[in-house]
Design a protein around this ligand. Structure first.
Ligand SMILES: C[S@@+](CC[C@H](N)C(=O)[O-])C[C@H]1O[C@@H](n2cnc3c(N)ncnc32)[C@H](O)[C@@H]1O
Length: 372
C-alpha cells in the first residue's frame, strides 16, 4: 500500500475556508490524498487508455471544477431522470435510512459526493439534536466541489462535524476513518465500474465495514432504451460539453493539444452489456501531442474514445455483484416506477442463513429471518 507523509494527509485547503466563522472552522477538518501523485497517475492512465483497443479514458477525469459544475447542470436537465428520481426516494425513505444513527453516533461517509443535493435530504430528515452525534465524511476527487459542499453543510446543519476527504475512491477507500459508519454511494456512480471493477470496489468497502455498518448504494435500473438514451443526449448539449471537457482537463494537466472541435459526443444503449456507453468520436484524421508525456497520438476519422460506461441493473444482476463481494441487501428503496433503487447492504456474516424478503410499504422491502 502507498504511504503518505503527514503533510500530504492533513493539508487543508486553508484559503478556501478562512472566511468561515470560528465555530464552523472548529467543526471542519480535511485530509488530502490525491495532491502529490495526481500528475503521474493521470499520465499513466492516459497512456494506457489511448494504447487500448478501443481507446478509453477513465471517467474520473471528467471532474475538474468545470466538469463538476457541468455535472451539476446535467442533474437539473429535464431528460436526466436519475437525480430527481433518487431524490424522491430519499424524501420517502430518508428517515428510515437515517435510523441507523438512533441512538448510536457514527460517521456518515459519502463517496463521490459531488454537490450536496442528495445528502442534505438525509440530514433534513434527522432530528437536529442528533446532528451533533453524526460526523459527515464526504470524499471526492474534485477538491473545489468538495470544499464548497462542506461549507454549505456546515452553514446549514448546526452542530454537524465535517471531515472532508480529497481522495480517489478507486485507490483510497482504506483511508476512510475506522469506527461505526454508514457509507453512501449515490447517483449511479457505481454503474461507471465494469463488473470486475465493481466487485473489487464492493469487496474493499466490505473490508472496512464492521458487522453493524451499512453501505447504501444507488442503482439506476434497466428501462426503455428511449428514456436511457435521451438522458445522455440532452437537447441543450450539456452532456456533450461535459464529455468534451474530459479532453480539456487532459489538455491542462498534461499540456496536450486535443482540439475539442475535432470530436463528436456519442451516447448509446449497449443492450448486450446492459449499459449506456459515452464516446468521443474523431471527425477527421489528426495527431495529438501530449507535451507532459513527450508523446503524440494519431487519430483516424470515425475512431472513438470510450469515456464512460453507465451500467443499468436488474435486482438479479445487482444481487450477483453483492453476493460475490460478501455483502447482503437488507432493504431496497425504490420509486413507484422502479426506475432507481437505493439498496441498504451489510457485510455478510458466517451465520447469515435463512433470510426472507418482506414488503414493508413505501416501495421498501426488508430482509428478515425466515422464521419471523
Ligand atoms: C456522477 S457524479 C455523482 C455526484 C453525486 N454523488 C450525485 O449523486 O449527484 C460522480 C462524482 O464522483 C466523483 N468522482 C468520480 N470519480 C471519482 C474517484 N475516482 N474518486 C473520488 N471521487 C470521484 C466526481 O467528482 C463526482 O462528484
Amino acid at each position: 500500500m502507498q504511504s503518505y507523509s503527514p503533510a500530504e494527509q492533513w493539508a487543508e485547503p486553508r484559503g478556501q475556508v478562512q472566511d468561515l466563522s470560528w465555530g464552523a472552522r472548529q467543526r471542519l477538518s480535511f485530509a488530502n490524498y490525491v495532491r502529490a501523485d495526481f500528475k503521474d497517475e493521470i499520465g499513466k492512465d492516459v497512456r494506457e487508455g489511448l494504447s487500448a483497443r478501443p481507446k478509453t479514458l477513465p471517467c474520473k477525469y471528467f471532474y475538474d471544477d468545470l466538469g463538476s459544475r457541468l455535472f451539476d447542470q446535467i442533474c437539473r436537465l429535464p431528460e436526466y431522470y436519475p437525480t430527481r428520481t433518487e431524490i424522491s426516494i430519499l424524501r420517502t425513505s430518508g428517515a428510515a435510512i437515517m435510523s441507523f444513527f438512533e441512538p448510536q453516533p457514527g460517521d456518515l461517509v459519502e463517496i463521490g459526493c459531488g454537490a450536496d443535493l442528495k445528502i442534505r435530504q438525509l440530514f433534513e430528515r434527522t432530528d437536529p439534536d442528533r446532528l451533533a452525534h453524526i460526523r459527515y465524511v464526504p470524499m471526492d476527487i474534485s477538491a473545489g466541489c468538495l470544499v464548497q459542499s462542506a461549507r454549505r453543510m456546515l452553514a446549514d446543519f448546526r452542530g454537524l462535524k465535517v471531515h472532508a476527504l480529497i481522495a480517489d475512491f478507486t485507490r483510497h477507500v482504506e483511508r476512510i476513518p475506522a469506527g461505526r459508519k454508514m457509507i453512501v454511494f449515490f447517483g449511479g456512480t457505481f454503474g461507471n465500474f465494469t463488473f470486475a471493477e465493481g466487485i473489487d470496489l464492493l469487496k474493499r468497502l466490505a473490508g472496512i465495514m464492521g458487522p453493524e455498518d451499512r453501505l447504501v448504494i444507488g442503482l439506476d435500473m434497466i428501462k426503455e432504451k428511449e428514456i436511457l438514451e435521451a438522458a445522455y443526449n440532452d437537447r441543450q448539449g450539456v452532456t456533450a460539453a461535459f464529455n468534451l471537457n474530459l479532453l480539456q482537463h487532459i489538455n491542462v494537466r498534461l499540456r496536450a493539444d486535443f482540439d475539442l472541435n475535432a470530436f463528436e459526443h456519442l451516447a448509446f444503449w449497449n443492450e448486450r452489456q446492459e449499459r449506456i456507453e459515452m464516446h468521443l468520436q474523431a471527425k477527421k484524421d489528426f495527431n495529438v501531442n501530449l507535451a507532459e508525456l513527450g508523446i503524440s497520438w494519431s487519430f483516424t476519422r470515425g475512431e472513438s474514445i470510450r469515456t464512460e460506461i453507465s451500467q443499468k441493473f436488474s435486482r438479479k444482476s445487482a444481487q450477483e455483484r453483492f453476493r460475490k463481494a460478501g455483502l447482503q441487501a437488507i432493504a431496497w428503496h425504490t420509486d413507484p416506477a422502479g426506475w432507481f433503487c437505493l439498496v441498504e447492504l451489510r457485510r455478510l456474516q458466517a451465520l447469515d442463513l435463512g433470510y426472507a424478503i418482506q414488503p414493508s410499504g413505501n416501495g421498501c422491502e426488508k430482509v428478515v429471518p425466515s422464521g419471523a
